[in-house]
Design a protein around this ligand. Sequence first.
Ligand SMILES: *[C@@H]1O[C@H](CO)[C@@H](O)[C@H](O)[C@H]1NC(C)=O
Ligand SMILES: *[C@@H]1O[C@H](CO)[C@@H](O)[C@H](O)[C@H]1NC(C)=O
Ligand SMILES: *[C@@H]1O[C@H](CO)[C@@H](O)[C@H](O)[C@H]1NC(C)=O
Ligand SMILES: *[C@@H]1O[C@H](CO)[C@@H](O)[C@H](O)[C@H]1NC(C)=O
Ligand SMILES: [Zn+2]
Length: 440
Amino acid sequence: MILLPLVFLVVLHHTPVTLLQFYYHNNQQIKEYLFEVNTANPHITHLYSIGQSVRGQELWVLALGVSPGRHTVGVPEFKYVGNMHGNEVLGRVLLLHLIEDLVEGYRNNETWSLQLLNSTRIHIMPTMNPDGFDSSDTDCMYSQGRFNHNGIDLNRNFPDAFAGQAFDEDKREAEVQAMIGWLQTETFVLSANLHGGALVASYPYDNSNGGSELINGASVSPDDDVFVHLAKVYSYNHASMYKGNRCTESRPFLDGITNGYKWYALTGGMQDYNYVWAQCLEVTLEISCCKFPPVSELPAMWTDNRKALLSYIQQVHLGVKGRVFDSKGAPVQNAVVEVVGRRNICPFKTNQYGEYYRLLLPGNYTFTVTYPGHEVLTETLTVPYGPDNYSALKHDFLLHKTTTTHQPFSTTQYHVTCNTDLNADNMVDLNIDNSVKKCT
Ligand SMILES: *[C@@H]1O[C@H](CO)[C@@H](O)[C@H](O)[C@H]1NC(C)=O
Ligand SMILES: *[C@@H]1O[C@H](CO)[C@@H](O)[C@H](O)[C@H]1NC(C)=O
Ligand SMILES: *[C@@H]1O[C@H](CO)[C@@H](O)[C@H](O)[C@H]1NC(C)=O
Ligand SMILES: *[C@@H]1O[C@H](CO)[C@@H](O)[C@H](O)[C@H]1NC(C)=O
Ligand SMILES: [Zn+2]
């Protein structure tokens, strides 16, 4: 009589809270699932909404990690965003299964899950366009449901550093405004945005103004080596993406990856915005030839993507991370931390905790750290491969006060932060005042 309840308890411990079935959860069912997971795992999950869609549906995010509710210094922030195009739906399914996998792995003391959640804060948004999903049909190819409720393509609606004209802020959609606000509240380091209709990992830039970034038909960013690596981590950990399946493309994708612009140019995309304005490296993952795959294919598609989704998160531990301290030993915000040879359009700056994160492949890199009233600090670091250890190299920069009365630069010059000299005769038309606000 006494043994029975004990046996029951042990079994209960190993039983998932909810066995997630393979089908297309509607928006209400996604919300219910996220609430259930959050209620059952309050110590490693935190559920929040970043705002609402045009029709007032919440844009839910589940954060996972050992400190899910707030940032911890030294722990990088990662995100996955699904279903930006309402009719590209596999991401919704995969992200729910990823949540289940992480949570169950943690409950079962599986080392990979303990290490990932111990070292990383992972934010998962299954749908960025719930209204589009509601109006979507189940076609493989067509675009019914792609747009938001106002008929706008959300992946053309972000500020764009390469666009000639300043974008009318009134035309910024609710979903896009919510994303921009989210990027200002968290220091995201790495991200991916899940689409369908092709099988390829596509990386920045998506746009160009014909300046020096344009090389052999590709729009090449200063961190191109890192982006190629990140895209390959996904394609080679996927069951078949690396083979370069053409779906409906005329040409195969070598290694299952492509520069975004080289594939096709687009203005106002989310991945360029993340990278240029929010110093978050984002890749666009096209994860199924069919935008709305038959339900019967979902289990195999989860199996095809599972390792790739997990390995990609682990890449948030590439490179170097640390803090910048002033001469009094206090961490400073908005110190410019640059890597020689990588001129980002908006220079990477420290956050409110004085932290910087810089994804880099193994090698030697010279850093310069610039902060008003202090000498420019130059240091060369040897960077190992961090992901295997679930940690980037840790390195803090200690600044020294300028000894001369002559400042290295005036405050005014300091605030002109965006490098607009991409190409002397075809300059990016950045509104500097505006950009200072957004280059956070
Ligand atoms: C996981 O490890 C903790 C602490 O060592 C232990 O209390 C718990 O019973 C373990 N859970 C499982 C499912 O093995
Ligand atoms: C989690 O992190 C703590 C402190 O950072 C460390 O002591 C512990 O060993 C880590 N656990 C795992 C499973 O990585
Ligand atoms: C980096 O610097 C170290 C120490 O100076 C040197 O031994 C090593 O060969 C360098 N590595 C590369 C890839 O240049
Ligand atoms: C990983 O961690 C181990 C133990 O802390 C250390 O010996 C090793 O050098 C680290 N490797 C890298 C690539 O950082
Ligand atoms: Zn898409």
